[in-house]
Design a protein around this ligand. Structure first.
Ligand SMILES: NC(=O)c1ccc[n+]([C@@H]2O[C@H](COP(=O)([O-])OP(=O)(O)OC[C@H]3O[C@@H](n4cnc5c(N)ncnc54)[C@H](OP(=O)(O)O)[C@@H]3O)[C@@H](O)[C@H]2O)c1
Length: 361
């Protein structure tokens, strides 16, 4: 199929306005990049938050701005020097906040080394649930780059032999386990051999979280004191040295901090210490804390990002990594504003909203 010269793109013309669908040129891949025809893009809370201050002023460099971090589709063109991909490959990838590289549009370019083949047992829509949420875990836990400073906990990656044994049999506590990020936190804890794996969520999500590897689910509507008491029963005296708080929320973070044993490791989804209360940023008792920019694109995240993208196909093929449950939005890109409104109002539970850009009228 010939590549068209224009495409449908979702974009923001100025701060705090709704996204609109417009025609834009189809980009061409540069050296070591591929052009992907996008069949599914998934929505994330940041896609509505970034349209407004303070995030718009932190992250949007120029307007119009194209959103979208999660993409899945088919490679339709190779840039110079690409040897590890071919036209027709079905791939999953993480977009960037650059007009030609974001995923809420019909075509985007992406570095070939940051794509993974989608195996036949996984749909485009399922694949699109993975990139940002999984990268947020991996960057928060495993990034060894000196430039990541105190951002990462620098744990051993689960895909290295040591990472699959170093934490085996030790408990893990995942606060907000039903978030998209939390569903991957549970699965990485399972791959690392943690046991027990305890998560908080609405109880209707308990079967889902247990299917991913949680051994116990604590009702997230309980008070902090009641949650800690239930946790203590499950731990049975074992020290809790690893907590992942998969939500940027002060109460969720306090629960994680207070559950953690002295000297333990607290992974957060906060990009900086400034975005969380000071009492959590300085947890005391030798507790370590991580911050994260959940993307393989910045230079300090690139090496661990490339390493991650080498794992995804095999994990999916073998059933070791399960995508989030999917709800497909109607009307292609034009359905995204409605989906973002539901995310903003906390009306989405345990599910990823996905749009099909090619179905945009
Ligand atoms: N720094 C980064 O680079 C980065 C990247 C991605 C995401 N994030 C952050 O990570 C967090 C998760 O993002 P996401 O896309 O995974 O979220 P999401 O899937 O949209 O989260 C929806 C889920 O949040 C859960 N939830 C809401 N309030 C909760 C609470 N008080 N305790 C426990 N669970 C609660 C609900 O669980 P139930 O349905 O079980 O009630 C719901 O299913 C967000 O705060 C986001 O901003 C940061």
């Amino acid at each position: 199929m010939a590549i068209p010269t224009t495409q449908k793109t979702l974009l923001l013309r100025e701060e705090s306005t709704p996204y609109v669908v417009v025609e834009t040129p189809v980009p061409r891949p540069g050296p070591k990049e591929v052009l992907v025809q996008i069949f599914a893009c998934a929505l994330n809370p940041v896609d509505h938050a970034i349209a407004h201050p303070p995030l718009s002023r932190m992250f949007i460099k120029s307007y119009p701005f194209v959103p979208g971090n999660d993409g899945a589709g088919v490679i339709v063109e190779l840039g110079a020097g690409v040897t590890n991909a071919k036209k027709g490959d079905k791939v999953v990838f993480q977009g960037d906040w650059i007009a030609t590289e974001a995923t809420c549009q019909q075509y985007a370019v992406v570095p070939a080394e940051l794509t993974a083949i989608i195996p036949d047992n996984i749909t485009f829509e399922q694949a699109a649930t993975i990139p940002l949420a999984l990268a947020t875990n991996v960057m928060s836990l495993y990034n060894q780059s000196p430039a990541a400073e105190n951002a990462s906990l620098r744990l051993k990656p689960v895909w290295e032999a040591e990472g699959a044994t170093a934490y085996a049999g030790t408990p893990a506590f995942i606060v907000a386990g039903a978030t998209s990020v939390g569903q991957f936190s549970i699965q990485l804890a399972r791959l690392a051999g943690h046991n027990p794996i305890i998560a908080t969520a609405s109880l209707h999500n308990a079967p889902l979280l247990k299917s991913l590897g949680a051994t116990h689910v604590i009702d997230r509507s309980l008070s902090k004191e009641a949650s800690l008491a239930e946790l203590a029963v499950v731990l049975g005296g074992k020290p809790l040295e690893y907590v992942f708080v998969a939500l940027l929320d002060a109460e969720a973070l306090r629960l994680g901090r207070d559950a953690l044993a002295p000297g333990g490791a607290l992974a957060t989804v906060s990009p900086t210490p400034q975005r969380i209360p000071e009492d959590i940023a300085n947890p005391g008792e030798g507790k370590r804390i991580s911050y994260v920019f959940g993307s393989p694109r910045p230079p300090h995240n690139r090496d661990i990002g490339v390493a991650l993208y080498k794992q995804i196909t095999g994990w999916l093929e073998k059933g070791l990594l399960k995508p989030n449950p999917v709800e497909v939005l109607p009307n292609g890109l034009a359905g995204i504003n409605e989906g973002l409104a539901r995310l903003r109002e906390n009306k989405v539970s345990g599910t990823k909203l996905v749009a099909r850009p090619q179905e945009t009228l």
